[in-house]
Ligand binder design. Structure first.
Ligand code: SF4
Length: 252
């Protein structure tokens, strides 16, 4: 790789990240990831749901650069069996131990404290308890996170920068595949023989918790199968807190 800056003595400021954002539009995903590893390691983490296709490409790319970069996932206790199997497959393939971010309450404890099936009544509150707040606590030990957001995934993701200052978690957020499309991601997975969630071949385009994920048809966008019946297409990790709360209103 040429033109990669040597490891920064200090990580970029919020203002510097805004400058870098313009430059990174022209860079390859691999270049951006090498830069991220050199700049932020060991305070860099890859966040992967083990549900979508993009996260798997990112994990493979980062593992080809540095297998010591942690790969973390939110273990809500409500993931599909296929997702847990994929996590085991990835652990063996790369010789890593993906880090499970676990909510403070088990599903049973949450049911006792907030009533049964909170996801069916107040999904944003459930996502806050099982995803957003555990992620916030986990990310405090890091300066940057890499995630698999793409602009073509939904209307809410159309303006996703390759690198930005994440005001929600107060750190750098890097989306190396922001400009890729589904076809390019699948091309990468096939060319590199990267494992993926088998539900992606059974009508699911985006995979999260069992209660809040359904297959979609060809006319729907990739996020339509999440939280059906609610004005909610994001768990809250990638949107401001106020926007996440508003999206929890039921449409049915
Ligand atoms: S995706 Fe559904 S079950 Fe999972 S944390 Fe969010 S609301 Fe709860």
């Amino acid at each position: 790789m040429s033109g990669v800056p040597v490891r920064a003595a200090v990580v970029p400021t919020r203002e510097e990240i805004e400058q870098l954002s313009r430059d990174f539009e022209q860079r390859s995903a691999q270049w951006v990831m090498e830069w991220a590893v050199q700049t932020y390691r060991p305070r860099l983490v890859v966040s992967c749901s083990f549900g979508g296709s993009t996260g798997m490409a990112i994990v493979d790319m980062v593992m080809k650069i540095d297998r010591t970069v942690p790969v973390a996932y939110l273990d809500t206790g409500l993931l599909f069996p296929e997702t847990y199997e994929l996590i085991e497959t990835i652990a063996k393939r790369y010789g890593i131990e993906p880090v499970a971010i676990v909510p403070p309450q088990t599903v049973a404890q949450q049911n006792a404290a907030h009533g049964d099936a909170l996801w069916a009544r107040e999904p944003q509150r459930c996502c806050d308890l099982r995803k957003v707040e555990p992620q916030r606590a986990f990310l405090r030990d890091y300066d940057a996170w890499i995630t698999g957001l793409r602009r073509d995934q939904s209307e809410t993701r159309q303006a996703t920068p390759v690198i930005s200052w994440d005001t929600k978690f107060n750190m750098a957020k890097i989306c190396p595949l922001a400009t890729w499309d589904e076809r390019a991601v699948w091309g990468y997975l096939q060319a590199n023989d990267v494992p993926y969630n088998p539900l992606l071949t059974r009508g699911y385009a985006s995979i999260g918790c069992t209660h809040c994920t359904r297959p979609i048809d060809a006319s729907e966008d990739a996020r339509a199968g999440r939280w059906s019946g609610f004005d909610k297409t994001e768990c809250g990790l990638h949107v401001p807190d106020t926007a996440a709360a508003a999206a929890s209103e039921p449409t049915r």
